[in-house]
Design a binder for this molecule. Structure first.
Ligand code: GLC
Ligand code: MG
Length: 248
């Protein structure tokens, strides 16, 4: 067994089956101790909502925490986001300008204040109203704002700097810690995880309970370095890790 970089989404991926979560957490921590494997949680949650989940599920400490859909990276338990990453994202980012455009779309409902972050503006948008997305995107493009839209789970819309998402944040850590793509595994279940699977040739595990938007993307972009698990959540991750030979 050799070390690898393990990057996982939390809600409905790492978390969602308490029994399997305990077993996987145990195996990953042992792998970290014995082989130097690095563990990263990558979630859409803000610091406030991450802390809630961390306490509720007693999640062990990762080597890095990627919050707010890849726009904040916290290394080694630090309370401050990595400044090198923040400075990359700050180029040309203007949330006031974004809001002046989103205001024109009554279908968009702002998410709670905790989820509005320095490099993330988030809304709820009902699936039946999501037909406005192309128009919203073109209004934002006209202003040359360099943003990207990420729609997840038929309800969450995130607007982020073009330079960020879960995939870009993962690449930043992969290069920092010098792991090859072949020695990196990414796991997810929904729209904001597509960036993890799409950015390169990292090994991918899609859990068995994945959302339609991710399955649809996977069917349109099949790849032999991506595994669609039968099992749900952490049990699906263990199935995938065994398939790729990272766990026995
Ligand atoms: C989490 C965040 C929310 C975001 C969603 C999808 O639920 O709290 O702000 O929109 O993930 O990325
Ligand atoms: Mg998820």
């Amino acid at each position: 067994m050799t070390k690898f970089l393990f990057v996982t989404d939390l809600d409905h991926t790492f978390v969602g089956d308490d029994q399997a979560l305990l077993e996987l957490s145990d195996r990953l921590q042992r792998h970290r101790e014995e082989h130097g494997t690095k563990i990263v949680y990558s979630t859409g949650r803000s610091p406030v909502l991450y802390r809630e989940l961390q306490q509720e599920k007693n999640l062990f400490s990762p080597d890095a925490l990627v919050l707010s859909v890849g726009t904040e990276i916290y290394l080694d338990g630090s309370n401050n986001p990595d400044s090198q990453w923040s400075s990359i994202l700050s180029q040309g980012w203007d949330s006031q300008k974004i809001l002046s455009i989103t205001e024109q779309f009554p279908e968009l409902v702002l998410q709670p204040d905790t989820e509005q972050r320095p490099f993330k503006v988030s809304f709820f948008l009902k699936a039946e109203l999501s037909g406005i997305l192309p128009q919203l995107e073109s209004e934002l493009q006209k202003t040359k704002l360099n943003v990207k839209l990420i729609y997840s789970s038929g309800i969450d819309l995130d607007i982020l700097p073009l330079t960020s998402d879960k995939g870009q944040a993962m690449q930043f850590l992969r290069q920092k810690w010098k792991f090859a793509a072949e020695q990196t595994v990414v796991c997810g279940d929904s729209g904001n995880d597509i960036a993890l699977f799409a950015v390169g040739r990292e090994r991918g595990i899609i859990v068995g309970n994945a959302r339609p938007e991710l399955l649809q993307w996977h069917n349109q972009n099949p790849a032999d370095y991506r595994y669609l698990a039968q099992n749900r959540c952490a049990a699906g991750i263990m199935e995938g890790l065994t398939y790729f030979g990272f766990l026995e």
